[in-house]
Write a new protein. Structure first.
Length: 421
């Protein structure tokens, strides 16, 4: 049962796109009763009637039936009215309106439907620097069409790398830097990505405990469920495509790909600028439920206790207990990916059972440090030092669709809407 307490904001929410994140965002706000009306822009005809859209909304291959998500497995259907003339549905007391005419944000009738806040889930409009009348469509088009604020369910991507982030745009992860959002200044808000959300909640407790100076380097690999950008069967790549692997069947392959989590992490945790960090991604044939493997090199200090598995797990256990939002979870049970699918509000679930540490001494020859002045080099009594370094391996689960990302996107949406009341 996923129903949450009503926020009663009374506003109308706009949702652009009705794919995986768009549909589950609608589920989230129906459950939460945070908005009386939700206007969903599909931007095209779908099926043969509104009944077909209702059919799509009601059923999900990963999360089951909508009524079961809301009220448990004995619940009756919750879509109680279908209005073909108005392209509308009534779902558990919430009014849904569907727009089908326009795909360019600047042309969507947000003003006509009195929509002040839009969540763009299309993944297409990510550059906050483009003007609203850009020929290919742009995020700012929503503002030109009547919205006051826009939340993006993906990281910003500025195509012209020389252009700075606009003053009215900000990237936040709930529970990490949510207060960086200034309602007086920011009109465009990126909710980062599912991977960045999980990673930020894995890294932050360690930064708080050790500080950036003791974290010498870090790397992560996300073992990520399939997404809609990948092919069910092998297909011919489109013109200009560089990554040929995404055109291979996700049903039959483990696929190497890329992630922008490292860059986005620096936006929400600026201390990461001081730490060398590498992020990689692997796609696997599951529908949802993903895993981050985080590897850190930590400097031991003589006056501190040795960094061992119980120390790392203790940091996470305490952070989870003190987390006022309940975003960080810690467990020493043995899980598989299916166990964490749908887990509400879990940005990351630390698998404490699999935390590992290993300490070794690194030999450092100070005389070989590039740029060291000759006078300093000559004054060294001992050139070679052995420094104890501990490598820690930490596993964090996250449901990249509903359980982690959409629930936290919903929290971001409600918090922005509350500041608009």
């Amino acid at each position: 049962m996923q129903n949450q307490s009503s926020q009663g904001l009374g506003k109308t929410l706009g949702v652009n796109g009705f794919g995986r994140i768009g549909k589950l965002t609608v589920w989230h706000h129906i459950a939460r009763k945070s908005f009386q009306e939700i206007v969903v822009n599909i931007g095209r005809e779908a099926g043969q009637s509104m009944a077909d859209i209702a059919h799509y909304l009601e059923r999900d291959s990963s999360y089951g039936m909508l009524q079961h998500y809301l009220y448990g497995h004995q619940a009756a259907p919750v879509i109680t009215a279908i209005d073909e003339a108005e392209n509308g549905l009534t779902v558990d007391g919430v009014t849904l309106r569907f727009l089908k005419e326009h795909r360019n944000p600047a042309d969507i009738q947000w003003r006509d439907h009195h929509v002040p806040l839009v969540v763009d889930t299309t993944g297409r409009f990510l550059d906050p620097t483009l003007p609203g009348d850009h020929p290919g469509g742009a995020l700012r088009g929503h503002l030109d069409a009547g919205a006051e604020k826009v939340i993006v369910s993906a990281p910003f991507k500025i195509k012209d790398k020389g252009r700075p982030m606009p003053e009215d745009a900000v990237t936040t992860v709930m529970g990490i830097n949510a207060n960086d959002y200034d309602p007086r200044r920011h009109r465009l808000v990126s909710n980062a990505s599912c991977t960045t959300t999980c990673l930020a909640h894995m890294v932050k407790p360690l930064l708080n405990h050790f500080g950036p100076k003791r974290i010498l380097s870090a790397s992560m690999a996300t073992v990520h469920a399939a997404t809609g950008s990948q092919a069910v069967l092998d297909r011919l790549p489109k013109s200009g495509v560089r990554d040929l692997r995404k055109n291979r069947s996700i049903m039959n392959n483990i696929i190497l790909t890329t992630t922008g989590a490292a860059n986005a992490l620096r936006l929400v945790i600026p201390e990461m600028e001081e730490i060398g960090f590498i992020a990689e991604s692997v796609r696997i044939p599951t529908a949802t439920g993903s895993l981050i493997i985080l590897v850190l090199d930590l400097q031991e200090e003589p006056e501190s206790d040795p960094i061992r598995r119980d120390v790392i797990n203790g940091i996470y256990r305490q952070a989870a207990e003190l987390d006022p939002n309940g975003y960080l979870h810690f467990t020493e049970k043995q899980n598989v990916s299916g166990d964490i699918v749908g887990r509400p509000r879990a940005a990351t679930i630390i698998e404490g059972h699999e935390t590992h540490t290993r300490t070794a001494e690194v030999t450092l020859d100070l005389g070989r440090i590039p740029g060291l002045p000759e006078t300093v080099r000559a004054s060294l009594k001992d050139r070679v030092y052995r420094i104890p370094i501990t490598q820690a391996v930490i596993y964090g689960w996250y449901d990249n669709e509903m359980g982690s990302y959409v629930n936290m996107l919903g929290d971001r949406t409600v918090s922005v809407a509350e500041d608009m009341t």
